[in-house]
Design a protein around this ligand. Structure first.
Ligand code: ITT
Length: 204
């Protein structure tokens, strides 16, 4: 089943930053955000990105009776033993905004020298044809970088202002959207997802 062959696919996300990036990368595909259908957000009870992505895709597919794509993503910081990980969106507490989360991250990393500030963004992207789909299509992307000492830039969302991109020697929040999408964990995962869907179609 290719994405473009489907009438409509619901995007199981309430994060405007993600939605904008996913819609730009999947330009031309019939993607509609779950807010259009008033879908209540699912509780992310999993302890891995893949579990949470499946929970979100299943929730949206069930409520909309449509195929669904979900993105579960986050930042993994080596000096913090993998935190904030699956709780990246609520690192500074329930209801925390991007700035709160960034400030908490910088505080946790206070005094950690540059060479020990390695980190990566992870994205797991799941496609489910319907809520009972026993064989979801799962793709992932990883983007390696470092955590800066101060926020820089005003593009993107989340932790972009403190994520140093070695390839461009700047923060992710300083990159134009098209460059971020070409490099990012989310761009990689989405391109891999579309390839997997094409391969699945040609195998059946
Ligand atoms: P949905 O579940 O509704 O999609 P969410 O923001 O709650 O939205 P996640 O649970 O997947 O989504 O958390 C992802 C968090 O990880 C996100 O809120 C950011 O803090 C961070 N994050 C993920 N991708 C990012 C990116 O490209 N740039 C900056 N921060 C990112």
């Amino acid at each position: 089943m290719t994405l473009s062959a489907l009438q409509q696919i619901v995007l199981a996300s309430g994060n405007p930053g993600k939605i904008k990036e996913i819609q730009a990368i999947l330009e031309g595909h019939p993607i509609v955000a779950q807010s259009t259908f008033n879908v209540a957000e699912a509780e992310e009870t999993g302890s891995t990105f893949v579990e949470n992505a499946i929970i979100k895709a299943r929730n949206a597919a069930l409520h909309c009776q449509l195929p669904a794509i979900a993105d579960d993503s986050g930042l993994v910081v080596d000096a913090l033993n993998g935190a904030p990980g699956v709780i990246s969106a609520r690192y500074a507490g329930i209801g925390a905004n991007d700035q709160d989360n960034v400030q908490k991250l910088l505080k946790e990393l206070e005094g950690v020298p540059d060479e020990l500030r390695s980190a990566r963004f992870i994205c797991v992207m799941v496609f489910m044809e319907h809520a009972d789909d026993p064989f979801p299509v799962i793709a992932q992307g990883v983007w390696e970088g470092k955590i800066l000492n101060h926020p820089v830039g005003d593009q993107g969302f989340g932790y972009d202002p403190v994520f140093w991109v070695p390839e461009y020697q700047c923060a992710s929040a300083e990159l134009p959207a098209s460059v971020k999408n070409a490099l990012s964990h989310r761009g990689q995962a989405l391109r891999s997802l579309t390839d997997l869907l094409k391969a699945r179609e040609s195998a059946t």
